[in-house]
Structures are given as C-alpha cells and as structure tokens.
Design a protein. Sequence first.
Length: 451
Amino acid sequence: MTDTNADDVSILIVDDELSVRDALQQWFRKDGFQAHTAADAVEALRKLSERTWGVILLDIKMPGIDGIELQRRIRKVDPNAVVIIITAYASVDTAVEAMKNGAFDYVTKPIDPDELSRLVRRALEHRHLRVENVRLRDHIAHMATGDAELIGDSPQMKEVVQQIETVAATDVTVLILGESGTGKELVARMIHTRSRRRHLPMVAVNCGALTESLLESELFGHEKGAFTGAMYRHKGKLEMAHGGTLFLDEIATIAPKTQVDLLRVLDTKQFTRLGGNQVIAVDFRVMCATNRNLAQLVKEGTFREDLYYRLAVFEIRVPPLRERRSDIPNLARHFVKKYASQLKKNVEGFSDEAMSLMMKYEWRGNVRELENAVERAVVVCKLTTIDARDLPLQMANARHNAEGDSLAAVEKAHILHVLESSQWNITRSARVLGIDRVTLYNKIKKYGLRT
C-alpha cells in the first residue's frame, strides 16, 4: 500500500484461538500490512494504550471480556478506532449490536482471506477519511474564529480565561455578564471552540435588535402561511443550533411570552415552528449575555425567576476596560497590527503622548471603543507612529480637560501603574510600555518612583 503512514497499514488481530491469530497474521503480512496479535481483551487494551491501529479485527466470543464489551472499551480509548467484528456465531442480533456500537463491518467464520483483505482496505480508507474530516473541521473552526482570543495579562482577564477553560469542557448553561463592548460574544465563542460541540455551529441571536414577533419567528421558525407574508417554511435558530451552541445576546430584553416559550424549550428540548404542529427535538448548549442586572430584573418582576436560574448555572463577568488598564497597550498594539495589515499602511505603534492619553481615557465603550479608535487612528495617521492628534476628537478633548493634569503627571501615573501591575518586573514593564529597559530606568529616576 502507498501514500499511508504507519498507523494506516497496521492491524491488530484479537482472537483467543492461536491458529486463527497466526493464520490471519501471516496472511496480512504477506499482503503488505503490519499485523500484530492479542490473545484476549487485556492484551488488546495494553497494545491499544501503546499506539493507535489502522484496523482492529475483533472476535466476538472470547473468555473473560467478550468482543462486544471490548469494542465499547476500545471506543473510549480511541474514538477513531475502526473495528471489524469476526465471529463463528452468525446472528442478526449480534451483528446489529456490534454495528450500533460503531463496528465498521461484520464477517463470519470460516473467513475468505481475499474478501477480508478487501474489507480491511475499505476500512482503512474509511479511517483515513474520518481523520481528514476531523482535521478539516478543526481548520474550518480555526478560520471561523480567526483571532478569537481574549487579549490581556491583567489578573481580571486571567480569571476570565480560567473560568472559560473550566466551563468549556462541560455542557452547562453559561450567563456572561458585562458592559457593552467588553467582549461577551468573544467569551462565548472561546467556550464553544473549546467544547465538544466545536465542530458544529455556534448560532448567535441578538435578542435586543428584534421585536417580539420577529424574535419569535427567528428563534422558532415558521411554516408557510403561518402569518401574513410567510411565503415559505423558515428554519429557526433553535433548529439551526442543533448539536452546537445557541448564543442569546441581550437576553434581558426578551418579552414575557418569549421567556415562557424559551423556558419550555430548555426543559423539554422540543418545540414546534410557528403555524406548525410537528414536534422538533433539539440538542444544543445555551449561552446568554447581558449588560443588565438580571437578578435585579427578577426582583422587579420583569424577568422570570425560573428562567433566570435555568440560565445562570455558571456566570462569567467580563470586566470593563477601565478596570484592567494594564491591558490597554497590548490591545492597542494588537489592533494597530490588525488594521495596518488590512489597510496596507506602515503604522507600527504609538507615541508616548498617545499611549498616555489612551491610558487616561475612561473607555465607556470598552474594547469595542478602543478598537474603533485605533482603526480610525491608523486611517488618519500620516507617520509610522500614531500621535495624540490622530486619536478621536472626544479623546483629544479629554486630554485638554484632564483636570489640570500635565503630560508629565499622566506619564508618571501610567508608568507607576504598569510597574505595580507587573510587580516591578522591569523587563515586562518596558515591553508593556513599548520602551527599552534603559529608558524605563531613566524615567523611574526622573519621576522618583519607588516600590
């Protein structure tokens, strides 16, 4: 065989009969395969733990752990394992059970070696396609998420990333809290791309952008003629998210009736399209986001308490940018690189005054506002370095109205903040500030900064 790796041509023959093991091993080795044997389930599992196998030929009737149970255990060790069942006891029930457990095919003794060789080759092609499919889906997922990673070394963001890693491996409902522009949908996408559902879509719905009737149709879909203008059957987001993740942004805005309908879907995993009577079963993970205090809305009676507890199984709070100012330089440099590349401009960084101004600014629009500000600055910048005059007008006004603070005072406060954030690690602080160590030492001396 050609164009295959070692695992592609490897066969593990598991049979308690020595004569069968030896005969099959000799046959397949003559046919160009790397054939190995195991006399029982214990030996087979040991060899499976040592390496992967292209195909596993597995006898049903063995003492101790039989072939059906061994097949289940193999699937846990190697989900991509391709198993062909061999048995002298031909029965439909056994065949069905083996196939349900994921067997590639089923043959009976006495075995026709030529037929088995052809079957093994088909099984190897099947495994190759399966592995390539997984690689392709991983590649597509990576392309879809792009640079979908949170940027920041602040303690607040490290905690958020830790929470993401903790909850991603589970299938629980996640409620993401934070002000507008903090990156709540990005957090949801990071959870999704790390979850077992990552190969299926994350379907996002902005609940705040739709009226009650439109949101209902968007979520549940509708049948032709369900209402005036419904000319065709429309598949809703609930259906589209099957197997993947449903992300409901601005969940606090949904109307009371939609809250009831959504709760029913979460409880039963079933729904019907508008104007239809067919019950549709769905399986998806739910993540929601809001910039409002849902617990307070529950107290006020505008959000259902039972739905709140159903959604808030695991809460993640994304901090506003003003609470993690030490992340601003890294974020700003990331956006400069992004937009300089997109706009094909030779812009590399920021002047000290521009960075000081960004560190001082409140960023009420959070990371989204920062990104927009940097994009605009890259557009208008005429040099390789963005200066304060390239930043948006409202930031320039903030500079002039900064309660009498001089530029030196702003720089001093900024440097001290960075030093304290890094526990006075000079190398790291210099990198964050975008200056060399000697320059940082000179500024520390100039401003009389001390730990």
